[in-house]
Design a protein around this ligand. Structure first.
Ligand code: 0WK
Ligand code: 0WK
Ligand code: BGC
Length: 865
């Protein structure tokens, strides 16, 4: 028994000594956590360089867009083929995906060798080989008679501009095939497959093996957003935010980025960590100076690294009594399988002895311990470096999501990770040490990236089907320039109808005279009250106007809510509510006793016989108060003031919000002769020549016409562009058949319901697209209508070119990200002879109503004199 303990002590001491010896000798390969954290930082910087447009071309880590934007959502189904080239074997798969809600699928596979004449021959032979293998597989599986979609896993750096295309940037690993670099490998595969008349496959997707691995694991775990390969070569992909991917249009959602981390350090970024053995290995490789990170990690290289180290240690007498064997001098003599065998937990040492003996090295016990430790250090460095780069990716994911802690899943595959005795455990441990803020689940891909390629194909088909459904749904909203010209011309016709006595009665665009005959001339002055009813908010304003050198307008206003039950109650309740608000305002301003002149912005179609009379033609927007239509709203307001019997006001003018807006802007810019509202509703007014306004006496000068273009099309003249959604919204509205220009938002909700969308990231992108299309159409229609107006003004003036300003207000114009730009572009396109300045009304139409009141007062006083 004592002898056994003595032997064990002797062996432990021997082991410690050998390990220390090797540790000292291979110190540069043993990377501390500080170094790994530093590598993490360097890799994060490389990722940013690769993602950004300005630095991508010089970046070593190319961050290649994969055009895979979403993970499987379980609705994929069908039969798919997949071929997988680039790992240690060529793989062909048939993948059956069942949408039985249980995410179930069936995989049939066949593996084929990749002999040197294939991996280092010419392109045509390579793709013919792939096609032959696929044909053999389809014969074996009796699939030749089927037309099947195919996903192509091609594990090399490819530049893609779409899913079903990939231009090879460079060969890596043990591949160096002539005539393929800088060509589209999908085209080459299609050509090779077409040579086989008896098979009919449709290559729908090209994916990197990391992407395939992520998708394979993503089918079982929707948290999987990273794919890692640690095999012959190494690489990783992950889901990046579109807004960070400069090389691809769009900011919405995410896209899978194939990092191609194998090239990390090709610009010297890791030279302080690369050893003489790394440099020697690289010089002897198929692609010197390339894939330097991969050459410290991949199973294609670790065996050779161990050989080069053992060779140098032997030459320096540290091993095998300095006796080198031919085998040890032979490149590639030690392979990964040997390294893994030597590192096996129990039989590692005996394997080492056996392997070294096979290499004619006659190893001592010490030698075996030392060599085993060399293997450990080499494979440990591989796992450490992988862990550092993966930790960088996980940190970026967590930062992208702005999370303090993140749970995620990493799909992983590759012979080294799967077969090396301790590799996986080491990698997990170091990753979790480097990123303690990430709960990482490592999910081994059991069915290879081929299934993932099929999943990508299935998702591509699902998205393609969805795309065509969306395109078909949204197509009616896309208005061509020709259609917009038609709308402009039809609007023009309707404008004329509204102005002409004999057609005015049936006109839909009512062209209501406002009795506002001029824009402010700066002589206006005094204190005025103004009401602003009909937009999002009801406002009561006090407006102080100074004329002359100290010409200015001061405003105080208070916003009041108009509850729905008031908007849709009785007229009396509505006007009592308005008067209540006025009372609160006068109280608040301490001017209850003052009988101030008041301008009433009433943003609904009113037929006026004078500036202070307005008969409501019909409610629009969300209003539906009873006993008002056909009534004079000024009288109703006066009535309500009388009913309250608390204060008295001199109601001088009732104006439409478009008119108020025109006046507000006209006060700053005399060229402003048009007022446009694009808000809850939409409408426009403009100064028309009296001679064209047949329903008002007189031919001199101008008068502002409130077009009420909201009713454009109520006679069906634009039914050709109205969609079923417009009809549905109209039928569900307060005034069906009226105001057919109802702007955007309601349609969006109806369309989304139609597309059966709930809330995934993909859906939000589609939601945004639907909103974009609907609001674009709204802006274009507005633009077409306005083009008709400015063109009419130009003809009125009989000029070749017209300079004019449009005063505009409304939340849609002010707040929507694109509406104002699209509107202006459309006007420019449809009224090229008009230079239109759009002037945003900062002060609202209440100021305009006060100015109109001031003008009316001034004219009234002149009339008195
Ligand atoms: C299995 C995957 C394949 C990938 C391979 C890498 O299905 O796409 O290329 O892993 O591992 P290797 O065969 O190089 O060890
Ligand atoms: C602000 C104007 C008001 C007009 C409103 C329209 O002062 O008269 O009714 O814009 O925009 P909305 O509030 O409907 O978006
Ligand atoms: C290739 C990658 C591939 C990795 C793993 C590398 O050599 O450049 O595209 O993902 O090997 O197979």
């Amino acid at each position: 028994m004592f002898a056994v303990h003595l032997l064990a002590f002797h062996f432990t001491k021997l082991k410690e000594d050998q390990i220390k010896k090797v540790d000292r000798y291979l110190y540069p390969l043993r990377l501390s956590d500080d170094v790994l954290v530093d590598v993490m930082g360097r890799f994060q910087a490389e990722m940013v360089k690769g993602l950004s447009r300005d630095t991508n071309s010089t970046a070593t880590v190319k961050m290649l867009p994969s055009f895979v934007r979403s993970l499987p959502d379980g609705s994929e189904k069908g039969d798919f083929l997949a071929v997988d080239l680039g790992g240690s074997l060529f793989r062909a798969h048939e993948v059956k995906v069942f949408d039985d809600g249980r995410q179930s699928s069936q995989l049939e596979s066949k593996f084929y060798p990749t002999p040197k004449e294939v991996t280092q021959g010419n392109g045509a032979e390579l793709f013919d080989y792939i096609a032959d293998c696929l044909l053999d597989f389809m014969e074996t599986k009796n699939l030749k008679h089927k037309k099947l979609p195919l996903g192509f896993t091609f594990s090399f750096p490819c530049k893609q501009t779409k899913l079903e295309e990939g231009v090879l940037l460079a060969w890596t690993k043990h591949f160096k095939v002539r005539g393929v670099q800088d060509t589209d490998v999908v085209t080459s595969l299609r050509k090779a497959l077409q040579k086989h008349k008896d098979i009919d496959v449709d290559v729908l997707a090209l994916v990197n093996d990391t992407v395939g691995t992520m998708m394979t694991c993503g089918y079982d775990d929707e948290r999987c957003e990273v794919g890692v390969i640690i095999g012959t070569g190494t690489n990783a992909c992950y889901m990046e935010e579109m807004r960070h991917i400069d090389l691809v249009e769009g900011d919405e959602g995410r896209m899978c980025i194939n990092t191609e981390w194998g090239a990390f350090g090709d610009d010297g970024a890791l030279d302080d960590l690369r050893t003489e053995f790394d440099r020697e290995l690289d010089l002897g490789s198929l692609n010197p100076g390339k894939q330097l990170f991969e050459k410290m990690i991949g199973s294609l290289y670790l065996g050779e690294l161990v050989r080069l180290i053992l060779l140098k240690m032997t030459k320096e007498g540290l091993l095998f009594n300095g006796k080198v064997s031919t085998a040890l001098l032979t490149k590639g003599k030690i392979e990964m399988k040997h390294v893994s065998a030597m590192e096996k937990y129990k039989e590692g040492l005996s394997n080492t002895k056996e392997i070294l003996t096979e290499l004619n090295l006659f190893p001592s016990e010490e030698d075996c311990v030392a060599v085993q430790h060399v293997c450990t250090i080499v494979s440990f460095r591989s796992a450490n470096l992988c862990a550092a780069a993966l930790a960088a990716i996980l940190t970026r994911l967590r930062e992208n999501k702005k999370l303090l802690r993140m749970r995620t899943t990493v799909g992983i595959d590759g012979g080294l990770y799967k077969t090396h005795p301790q590799y996986a455990k080491r990698l997990h441990k170091v990753v979790r040490r480097l990123v303690p803020t990430c709960d990482v689940r490592f999910l081994l891909s059991l069915s290879g990236s081929g299934k993932g390629a099929a999943m990508v194909t299935a998702v591509a088909r699902r998205l393609a089907a969805q795309r065509s459904h969306i395109d078909a749904t949204l197509a009616p909203f896309l208005l061509s320039l020709e259609t917009l010209r038609e709308v402009r011309n039809k609007m023009r016709t309707e404008l004329e109808y509204g102005l002409k006595r004999e057609t005015q009665a049936n006109a839909t665009v009512k062209m209501l005279p406002t009795y506002v005959r001029g824009t402010p001339d700066g002589t206006e002055k005094g204190k005025f009250l103004a009401l602003d009813l009909g937009g999002t908010n009801f406002r009561v304003l006090l407006v102080k106007i100074k004329s002359g050198r100290r010409r200015s307008v001061q405003m105080y206003n208070k916003i009041f809510a108009i509850p729905l039950e008031i908007m849709q109650g009785t007229g009396e309740e509505l006007f009592d509510h308005i008067v209540q608000c006025i009372a609160d305002f006068l109280e608040y301003m301490g001017i209850k006793g003052a009988r101030l002149p008041l301008g009433f912005t009433f943003s609904f179609p009113c037929r006026q016989a004078s500036i202070d009379k307005g008969t409501l033609v019909g409610w629009t927007k969300g209003f539906k108060a009873t006993d008002c239509e056909g009534e004079d709203v000024v009288d109703m307001l006066r009535e309500a003031i009388r009913r309250r019997n608390e204060f008295d006001l001199d109601i001088v003018a009732v104006v439409n919000d478009t008119v108020g807006t025109m006046m507000t802007c006209g006060y700053e810019d005399p060229n402003c002769e048009i007022g446009l509202i694009a808000g809850t509703g939409s409408n426009v007014c403009y100064m028309e020549d009296m001679k064209n306004i047949e329903i008002v006496e007189g031919n001199e000068g101008k008068m502002c016409i409130n077009t009420e273009w909201g009713a454009f099309g109520d006679n069906g003249c634009i039914d050709n562009i109205r969609t079923k959604y417009d009809k549905e919204v109209d039928e569900g509205s307060l005034n069906p058949g009226k105001q057919s220009d109802r702007l955007a938002l309601l349609q969006v909700r109806r369309i989304l319901q139609q597309l059966g969308l709930d809330s995934t990231c993909e859906d939000s992108i589609i939601v945004k697209e639907v909103c974009g299309v609907v609001s674009q159409r709204a802006a274009q229609l507005c633009g077409a209508g306005l083009a008709a107006i400015v063109e009419k003004k130009r003809e009125n003036r009989g000029v070749e070119r017209l300079q004019i300003t449009v005063g505009v207000d409304g939340t849609l114009y002010k707040l929507h990200p694109h509406f104002s730009r699209v509107l202006q572009e459309t006007v420019k396109e449809l009224a090229p002879q008009c230079d239109v300045t759009f002037m945003l009304s900062e002060d609202g139409s209440g100021k305009g109503a006060a100015l109109i009141t001031a003008v009316a007062k001034r004219l009234h006083n002149v009339g008195q004199k």
